[in-house]
Design a protein around this ligand. Structure first.
Ligand code: SAM
Length: 282
């Protein structure tokens, strides 16, 4: 038995025939010390619903419950994992609800009432679309009060990148306009079964009460796509995709038309997005 009174995860996987399915991004964490460290990063775990995406055999789910989570709602696509998750639910009566479905389709805000936090070791293929969906949420502040998520290190670096750095791009702007974003720690590939090709990192995003300046997410996505789509070009050139006279717009906002997208602060992109929406309305 493990410390939590449940069988070791390797046994669970064997008993339920949970061989890793690559198409579902299945790289499992067996080390309860590591999963408990991830769970503690999201603390406090009481007084709210913890939403976990992709519990698989339940390594992180068990850690969340062992660290005191009062209620966990876990969304898993692979039906083979359901019996293993049912055993965890029976071990922690009334504290774990499992939704069998695709996290990209499940309407989570409709299923959860009261405060919530999202904690997940995300399947690589759907990690970024899920994050963008959570960040694009309206109204704002959103239904969750924090996101504690595992990504490939390269994606984690992009989420938290500062202007001027190589990793700074569209994902940095939307993440940091909406949230305070921090890379907490790295997780070596050897911690997973089977090991992925690259290192992973845990990032934490805490929604800002107000995203300033206020702008539409769609307009922000358009200006960042234009700017970073041609990141080696000067903005007076790259922003031609969205503004008829980009040089005039940039000057009006006190921005250097010869700068490149990576030199603009997050708030500057939001100011450009406001200008873009004004242009569309006018
Ligand atoms: N949480 C477990 C752990 O840390 O060991 C498993 C993490 S594994 C990287 C990703 C999990 O997400 C797998 O269990 C996989 O079946 C599940 N998954 C993949 N795509 C999904 C989707 N669209 N919706 C919900 N779960 C998904």
């Amino acid at each position: 038995m493990s410390d939590d009174g449940l069988p070791p995860l390797r046994e669970v996987i064997e008993a339920h025939g949970l061989s890793a399915n690559k198409a579902l991004g299945q790289n499992f964490l067996f080390d309860l010390n590591l999963t408990r460290r991830i769970a503690r990063a999201a603390a406090p775990l009481t007084g709210c619903t913890i939403v976990e995406i992709g519990p698989g055999p339940g390594g992180l789910t068990r850690a969340l419950l062992a660290e005191g989570a009062t209620r966990v709602v876990a969304v898993e696509r692979d039906e083979r994992a359901l019996p293993a998750l049912a055993e965890i639910a029976a071990h922690y009566p009334g504290r774990l609800e499992v939704i069998h479905g695709d996290a990209l389709q499940v309407d989570l805000p409709a299923r959860i009432s009261g405060p919530a936090k999202i904690v997940a070791n995300l399947p690589y293929k759907v990690g970024t679309p899920l994050l963008i969906g959570w960040l694009a949420q309206e109204p704002w502040p959103p239904w969750y009060s924090s996101l504690t998520l595992m990504f490939q290190k390269e994606v984690a670096l992009r989420i938290a990148a500062a202007p001027g750095s190589e990793a700074y791009g569209r994902l940095s702007v939307i993440s940091q306009w909406r949230c305070e974003a921090k890379r907490l720690f790295d997780v070596n590939r050897s911690a997973f079964t089977p090991p992925p090709k690259i290192t992973s990192s845990i990032v934490q995003l805490i929604p800002r009460t107000k995203c300033e300046p206020a702008c539409s997410v769609a307009a922000l996505e358009r200006v960042t796509a234009a700017g970073f789509g041609q990141r080696r070009k000067m903005l007076r050139q790259s922003l031609k995709a969205v503004f008829a006279k980009p040089e005039a717009v940039l000057e009006e906002l006190g921005l250097d038309p010869t700068a490149r997208a990576e030199e603009l602060a997050v708030a500057d992109f939001a100011r450009l997005a406001v200008r873009l929406a004004d242009q569309a309305a006018g």
